[in-house]
Every structure is written in structure tokens, then in C-alpha cells.
Design a protein around this ligand. Structure first.
Ligand code: SF4
Length: 310
């Protein structure tokens, strides 16, 4: 389930496609490949680099009655070159079939690094979004070039409810005003995070601040997932209070990130466009920008209007 303290912004992974091949240096430490290596049943027989289509998993969202934020094909890429068009359509049909059941209220986070194929699917994705208000279309970015490419692809596809997963950010994302310009009127949500695990590539604090501030300028929801392997020492100020702050203390030095640390300049950033709470009962509602969100728990949910809550 969603666990903001741990930087988790979705409830359940839904993997009708597993397996993927690298698109570049960003994939060097692919966590999906590492996970499948530890738990081969998640993918089944055959190498991870050959995507597998799991017929038996297509109906999973329709069987789940509780409104759920699904991470779609997190163990692969729905738009991988080896995934046939007909299969992508079947996955979209499975998503669309849940729209008829209002109590589902599911949210789907589609994410791809194959942005060119996403553009080809623009019309069909728009048709699915017209049926499913909780369908979010996302593209991955990891540096300035991919960020510009991702926003251009989303604009070219003409889809609504768009998001960027900037994770892991491994290179300079470029000037702040250019980032803001690229995000404005194209992207609804940015999720940013560094590369985790031993040897994770360092994400410089100045890059993080530029993306955070660009989101503010462009009016885009910003969720900071975490620093990854290293963070600025100043972010540890709470725990460092216990330690002597002598002349060797350097607040900008990068140190190993302690578990659970998700602050930038002492602040957390948990703004998620698809995850907001009901004003009446504080339970989570599943917001959509087309205002059909509702609260399953609170008796006043019929009077609730997401615009007032945003
Ligand atoms: S695109 Fe994603 S899933 Fe595919 S190899 Fe790269 S990191 Fe892994």
C-alpha cells in the first residue's frame, strides 16, 4: 500500500508484462531485473531481457474491489518493442473494463522509457483516458535530454493526466527555467528520486533543488521519493544535534543516506495528484482531475468536491 514515509506512492504492482531490455546507461542497475533475479517466479522461465505476456494477470484489477493505485508493468515496460500492439490494447481494455464499476475507483500509473512508441499510441491512450479518469500516463527521465524528450513526447501524444518519473536522476537536468518551461502545461506530476543501494550513482543536491523549484514555478505537483545512496550532511541535522559540530562539520558534504530520510532543505514533499485525503474523514480518496473521485469511507462523500480539497 501507499506508504509516504517510505517514499512509496502506489498500492499494488500490476504486471501483465514482465521483462525488459536496457535503453541506455540509466538501466545499468535496473531494480526490476535485480528483483526478478531474486524472485524468478515473478517473471517465469526465460531471460528477463525477453518480455513475457501474462494472460492470467489481465483481470487482476477487476477482481480488486478496493480503490487501488496500480503501478502498471513496474517489472518491465508495456511499450517495449517486443510487446505486440494487440497486447497493449488488451491491457488498456482490461483497465477500461474497470471504469464501468464506480466502486473500483482505481488509479493506474503507466510508465515507459519507450517514449516514441507512446507517441504512436496517443489516440488510443486518449480514448482509454476518456473512459478511465484514474489513468495516468508517465514517461521516465534521468537527465536534461531525457527530461526534454519526455515532455515533448507527452505533448505529442496529446494525453491528459501526465507524470514524469525522474528516477534515478543520474546527470545534470539542465537550467531551472528550461525545466519549468518543459513542464508547464504538459506535466501534472513529477516524482523525483536518486539511485538506491550500494554504489548508487550520486544525485547532486543542486539538481534536486532545480527540479523542485521548477515544479513550483510551473505549478506541477512534486513528490520527492528520496536521495538514493547519498544525501547532503545538512539533511541529517536532527540526528547531528546529538553530535559535536566542530570545525570539521561540512553541511554540504555528501554522506550515506540513512533509511527513511526524504527531506530537501529540511522539508518533505509529498504532493501526489492521485492521492489526496477526504476533508470530512481524513481517509484517502482517489482523486482524478476529472472530478469523479469519491470517498468510500465517509458518509458525506457525495458532497465532497475534489477541487475544494486540492
Ligand atoms: S527500461 Fe526500466 S525495466 Fe527496462 S531495463 Fe531499463 S530500468 Fe529496467
Amino acid at each position: 500500500m501507499i506508504d509516504l514515509d517510505r517514499g512509496r506512492y502506489w498500492d499494488e504492482a500490476w504486471n501483465p508484462v514482465t521483462g525488459c531490455s536496457p535503453v541506455g546507461a540509466v538501466c545499468e542497475r535496473c531494480w526490476a531485473r535485480a528483483l526478478v533475479r531474486r524472485a524468478p517466479k515473478l517473471h517465469g522461465p526465460g531471460p528477463f531481457e525477453h518480455p513475457r505476456l501474462h494472460d492470467d494477470r489481465l483481470s487482476a484489477p477487476s477482481r480488486r474491489r478496493k480503490p487501488t493505485v496500480f503501478a502498471v508493468c513496474w517489472l518491465g515496460d508495456l511499450f517495449h518493442e517486443r510487446v505486440p500492439d494487440a497486447w497493449i490494447q488488451r491491457a488498456l481494455d482490461a483497465i477500461s473494463s474497470t471504469a464501468a464499476v464506480r466502486s473500483h475507483g482505481h488509479t493506474y500509473l503507466v510508465l515507459t522509457k519507450r517514449r516514441h512508441r507512446l507517441v504512436d499510441w496517443g489516440n488510443r491512450l486518449r480514448a482509454a483516458q476518456a473512459l478511465v479518469p484514474g489513468l495516468w500516463i508517465g514517461v521516465s527521465a534521468w537527465d536534461g535530454v531525457s527530461l526534454a524528450g519526455a515532455t515533448s513526447a507527452l505533448a505529442a501524444a496529446g494525453v491528459q493526466r501526465t507524470w514524469l518519473s525522474v528516477e534515478p536522476l543520474i546527470t545534470d537536468p539542465g537550467p531551472q527555467d528550461e525545466i519549468a518551461q518543459a513542464l508547464e502545461s504538459t506535466v501534472g506530476q513529477v516524482v523525483l528520486g536518486g539511485e538506491t543501494g550500494p554504489g548508487g550513482r550520486t544525485m547532486q543536491p543542486s539538481w534536486v533543488r532545480r527540479i523542485r523549484d521548477a515544479c513550483r514555478t510551473a505549478g506541477v505537483s512534486f513528490f520527492f521519493k528520496g536521495w538514493g545512496a547519498r544525501c547532503p550532511r545538512a539533511e541529517l541535522r536532527e540526528s547531528l544535534r546529538e553530535l559535536p559540530l566542530d570545525e570539521t562539520y561540512d553541511p554540504v558534504a555528501l554522506v550515506l543516506t540513512p533509511r527513511g530520510l526524504r527531506t530537501i532543505d529540511g522539508e518533505t514533499h509529498d504532493d501526489l495528484a492521485w492521492h489526496r485525503t477526504c476533508r470530512s474523514c481524513a481517509h484517502v480518496i482517489f482523486d482524478t482531475t476529472t472530478h469523479v473521485a469519491f470517498c468510500n469511507t465517509c458518509e458525506n462523500h457525495r458532497n465532497w468536491h475534489p477541487k475544494e480539497n486540492s
